[in-house]
Design a protein around this ligand. Structure first.
Ligand SMILES: O=C(O)CCC(=O)C(=O)O
Ligand SMILES: [Fe+2]
Length: 160
């Protein structure tokens, strides 16, 4: 999100959402109970990213100005491959197959020491397995940066 992400996402639209139906709230509460500790405060709105079939996200580390220690993303519609690459040692990398309905959690080293990206359709392989990309929607919850009160989180930039 924020400065670091300008230009990183291609073929998308996005929104920050804070009002949800009761059914969606129940799901978000499960996500939040799973991914965040009781002492963690979340950004007041949830980031929804709608990536078209040809859309992709270039490697980046979410800005520490706008995001705290934990990023949790629910993937919907098309499966996709997320690649994590160590920022100091590009030989150290791993890939996650993000099935629709799956939740990933980036925290600790995965949050700070590795970039993350969503592979474009032409490069969308999980090992040998081709993962054709369609439209993908992700619902992303983030913790507040350290030292930032909930009152200061009212206007985060459109993407962290
Ligand atoms: O779509 C996702 O799951 C990740 C999006 C992302 O990396 C970001 O918005 O910073
Ligand atoms: Fe990100």
């Amino acid at each position: 999100m924020g400065q670091g992400l300008v230009g990183a996402i291609h073929g998308f639209r996005e929104t920050e959402k804070s009002r949800w139906s009761e059914a969606s709230r129940a799901i978000l509460q499960r996500v939040q109970a799973t991914a965040f500790g009781p002492g963690q405060t979340l950004l007041s709105s949830v980031h929804v990213l709608d990536l078209e079939a040809r859309g992709y996200i270039k490697p980046h580390v979410d800005s520490i100005k706008f995001c705290g220690t934990t990023i949790a993303g629910l993937s919907l519609l098309s499966p996709s491959v997320m690649r994590l690459v160590h920022t100091q040692d590009p030989g150290e990398w791993l890939e996650l197959l993000l099935e629709p309905g799956s939740l990933y959690i980036l925290r600790g080293s995965a949050r700070y020491d590795f970039s993350h990206e969503i592979l474009r359709d032409e490069e969308s392989f999980f090992g040998e397995r081709r993962i054709p990309r369609g439209r993908r929607i992700s619902v992303i919850c983030r913790s507040l940066p350290e030292g930032m009160g909930p009152g200061e989180s009212g206007q985060p930039p459109p993407a962290c």
